[in-house]
Design a protein around this ligand. Structure first.
Ligand code: ATP
Length: 707
């Protein structure tokens, strides 16, 4: 098959089948306003006027035929490293969700839609299967599922789906949870999870009308190359008069139309070849910035109704399709990939001078004022990759700093020897089943905490009951216990802690996530001019299951404190004081912490997590106990603290004693290079500790005590 990689916009129309009128269950017998002619297979005749597109499909077209003709070329492009988008647009009830295959319902093969078919082909082409040791695999595939509902974006795979990723007040979008895909079953599971959480409602026009715009993104990672296939099911444009919606449904309709209008404006600007595209006018376009831009191949499927009563909407949809065709898009491999390819070539062509060529390549990116120098490999870690550093003069302009940082990230990823391999080291990809298990545990934990709070809120009832901790094992406590026994056993094996198990693709090269900075930069909203700062990105990726362990620990700390200490006012360490000032443990997402005078310093859940973990540390070491249990507690503590070090952001790290901004930054950089810290010995040998700073730190966080 010949694929034109440079073909920019492909537009196709699909006729919807007749829908039931709802009047005594008789089929609609209106005359169809659509005609399709054999002589002109790419055209559709709407009420006598001919409109030509790249493809036109009547209502008899099968799902397979639609996929093969329209989407399969896009899949091949995505596999070749191009970012691609398939988008369905049209009036409500015309079969957009059906075509896209967003549903996880069991259905016969003939009804399976675009998303599962795409994934099936991608997995097939990349030789990926769910066998444990899959050496033949040519890369990795991940999928995320996001919806935009009422001008807020939600991660449908997040631990807490009610927490918006972005809203009018917080418009930064950094992408959603990415789950590894090894089989169709994995996809089915995330579709089930996503569609269960997605907003749908019965309206006059559709029994199962999507009230949100949904985006499934399939990330394809092949060595240093990362491309995305975005599959977008837009909610149907609707006329409030015809749908007869009232109240919430009516408001939803307004938001749906607002998002669609935003897309129209973006498309008009791209058609006019303007450099300033109004992505910020709606949350939908903010989220779609990575999928709807001048470099991303677009295939638009417009679904139109054959009913005469829908003629106005059909004509409006046709106009939309015509405008889309005018868009000036030049699909190209992202600059990042080009750079990486260039570097790769340089490296393989001259092995001995490889580092020089990387430096030279990067040198071109950098302003003259910024110097690159190469550091020797970390002697303590035999597997450590060569590390580089870029020194930025204090007076450098903000732009120079930005470019330097970008180059530093590229440098880090290029110095990663795994960049030509399948996966970056230090990242474990959990299965969907593992994720669901974690999610269930988290739900149990929340329930347990809720029950606990309720009981604490009723002291008189509680007084009649036996003490809570001794009497009734809460589901959350059980979870904690299991979780801790895992941690302890890991700790006993030499403090080895698994790295954060989940990978989040974010829009910006956040220091937090830059284990493979090149990869991260290419994902999410790749070229967002308002790329988020590391802190913001961490906050936006908050429901990141990879940091669930830290969340569990802080919850645990709270639970233990609640049960054992009650209102105990023992003096705490500095960090613990911060925790207590900040109003204690993190609150649940839907119940923001009350802002009191004292807790103003606690700036976010991640900060709270770090500080409350420290509170737990303080508590743990002031309690009397036997030597044996102290030893167990110490290994648990060391393991937990190491886990914190492996997951915390720059800001979180600064909550630890003896860690200032510079050390925090250096720790994060080292973590990025190494993948993760395997044990405390490795941390101790890092070149970041000056003179006696390590021993001070170790003393302050109680990890050097040998019980
Ligand atoms: N080509 C088709 N073949 C068989 N059934 C179809 C076809 N197109 C749509 N349907 C059916 O029509 C109904 C409405 O379709 P769907 O929910 O996909 O519409 P929609 O455009 O996504 O609507 P909304 O925008 O309100 O979400 C569904 O029951 C779907 O199964």
């Amino acid at each position: 098959m010949n694929i034109n990689m440079k073909e920019s916009v492909v537009v196709a129309v699909r006729e919807a089948p007749y829908r039931n009128t709802g009047m005594q269950g008789i089929n609609d017998i209106e005359r169809s306003v659509l005609e399709f002619s054999r002589e002109c297979p790419k055209a559709v005749i709407v009420d006598g006027t001919v409109y030509s597109f790249d493809h036109s499909f009547d209502s008899k077209v099968s799902q397979e035929q639609l996929y093969r003709t329209l989407i399969h070329p896009l899949v091949l492009k995505a596999l070749a490293g191009y970012d691609c988008t398939a988008m369905a647009y049209g009036q409500t009830g015309t079969g957009k969700s059906y075509s896209m295959g967003m549903s996880a319902e069991r259905m016969s093969e003939e009804h399976v839609g675009i998303v599962p078919r795409c994934l099936k082909d991608i997995l097939k082409y990349m030789n990926i299967n769910d066998q444990k040791e899959n050496h033949a695999a040519m890369g990795e595939v991940f999928a995320s599922f996001i919806e935009v509902y009422n001008e807020k974006a939600y991660d449908l795979l997040a631990v807490d789906v009610n927490e918006p990723l972005t809203s009018r007040t917080h418009p930064r979008f950094t992408g959603g949870t990415c789950m590894p895909m090894k089989s169709q079953k994995d996809l089915l599971q995330i579709l089930m999870l996503g569609t269960k959480n997605r907003h749908v409602r019965a309206t006059n026009m559709n029994n199962n009308s999507s009230r949100s715009h949904a985006i499934v993104t399939i990330h394809i990672q092949q060595g240093f190359q990362h491309s995305r296939l975005n599959i977008i099911d837009l909610a149907g444009s609707e006329s409030v008069r015809r749908t007869g919606n009232e109240g919430v449904a009516r408001a939803e309709g307004v938001f749906i139309n607002m998002g669609l209008m935003g897309i129209n404006k973006v498309m008009a600007s791209l058609s006019a070849g303007r450099s300033l595209i109004p992505y910020r006018e709606s949350i939908l376009t903010t989220v779609l910035q990575a999928s709807l831009n001048s470099q991303c191949s677009l295939t638009l499927l417009v679904c139109i109704s054959p009913h005469a009563s829908d003629l106005n909407e059909t004509l409006s949809t046709i106009r939309f399709a015509k405008n889309a065709k005018q868009m000036k898009i030049t699909p190209q491999l992202s600059q990042q990939i080009q750079q990486m390819q260039e570097m790769h070539q340089n490296r393989s062509s001259a092995q001995t001078t490889s580092n020089q060529s990387i430096t030279q390549n990067l040198g071109r990116l950098l302003p003259n004022s910024v110097n690159i120098r190469r550091r020797p490999p970390l002697s303590s870690n035999p597997g450590a990759r060569n590390s580089f550093s870029i020194s930025i003069p204090p007076g450098a302009q903000p732009n120079s700093r930005k470019r330097a940082r970008r180059a530093q990230n590229a440098l880090l990823s290029s110095s990663d020897e795994s960049d030509t391999g399948v996966a970056p080291t230090g990242v474990i990809s959990p299965t969907v089943a593992e994720f669901l298990k974690l999610k269930k545990e988290y739900a149990e934990l929340q329930r347990g905490l809720r029950e606990l709070r309720e009981q604490r809120a009723q002291p008189e009832v509680q007084a009649e009951e036996p003490p809570l901790a001794a009497e009734r094992p809460q589901p959350s406590q059980l979870t904690f216990r299991e979780f801790n026994s895992d941690l302890s056993s890991i700790a006993e094996e030499g403090d080895a802690i698994p790295p954060p198990p989940f990978r989040i693709f974010t829009s910006s090269p956040t220091i937090y996530n830059n284990q493979n900075a090149g990869l991260l930069r290419m994902s999410g909203v790749s070229s967002a001019p308002t790329a988020s700062s590391s802190g913001a990105a961490v906050a936006a990726a908050e429901p990141m299951p990879g940091r669930l362990s830290t969340r569990l620990n802080s919850r645990q700390a709270q639970l233990i404190q609640d049960i054992t200490n009650g209102q105990d006012q023992r003096p705490l360490r500095r960090s613990s004081r911060i925790a207590s000032q900040s109003g204690g443990p993190p609150t649940e997402r839907n119940e923001p912490a009350e802002r009191t005078e004292g807790n103003e310093r606690a700036e976010g859940p991640s900060q709270l997590r770090a500080t409350s973990a420290l509170a737990a540390i303080g508590e743990r070491f002031t309690m009397d106990s036997t030597v044996g249990s102290q030893r167990a507690r110490l290994s648990k503590h060391r393991a937990e603290l190491l886990s914190l070090l492996n997951t915390a952001s720059v800001k979180d790290l600064q909550a630890l004693p003896q860690i200032g901004p510079k050390t925090a930054m250096a720790l994060i950089m080292q973590r990025s290079v190494l993948g993760h810290f395997r044990n405390w010995k490795q941390v101790e040998k890092l070149p970041i500790w000056k003179d006696i700073s390590w021993s001070r730190f170790a003393k302050a966080v109680c990890i050097e005590i040998d019980p």
